[in-house]
Design a protein around this ligand. Structure first.
Ligand SMILES: [Zn+2]
Length: 122
């Protein structure tokens, strides 16, 4: 199931999210860990997030951030580059639009779910 073209507002939200996440990676990780563990046993939570404001985007992302490292930082920088080039949000392999839910969980994703699965199996 392909996603839909991202609106300017979506792109602005994802840019804000990427910059936020980047700031967290380069700075205040310990605070984030606290925030993530504060959520009572709930993992992921993308489904529970209402569509809209960037606040909910950043909330949905906090657990993912526990796994981040310098490699992720590079991927975030590349995503920001794609944002300025206008190629953000599309699969590098099949060029279909990524699902917004996927981008909300992994704003620096480069492949759609289908292509990602094929890559991991290869
Ligand atoms: Zn694809």
């Amino acid at each position: 199931m392909p996603g839909r073209k991202l609106s300017d507002q979506d792109l602005a939200n994802f840019k804000e999210l990427l910059l936020h996440v980047r700031g967290v990676i380069t700075g205040d990780i310990s605070k984030l860990e606290q925030d993530a563990f504060g959520i009572d046993g709930e993992v992921g939570g993308v489904d529970a997030v209402a569509d809209g404001g960037s606040d909910s985007y950043t909330q949905a992302f906090s657990l993912e951030l526990l796994q981040i490292d310098e490699h992720t930082l590079r991927e975030i920088d590349e995503a920001l580059e794609r944002l300025s080039e206008g190629s953000f949000g599309r699969c590098e392999e099949c060029e279909s639009w990524l699902l917004k839910d996927r981008l909300r969980a992994i704003p620096y994703a480069t492949h759609c779910v289908g292509c990602q699965r094929l890559k991991e199996q290869a």
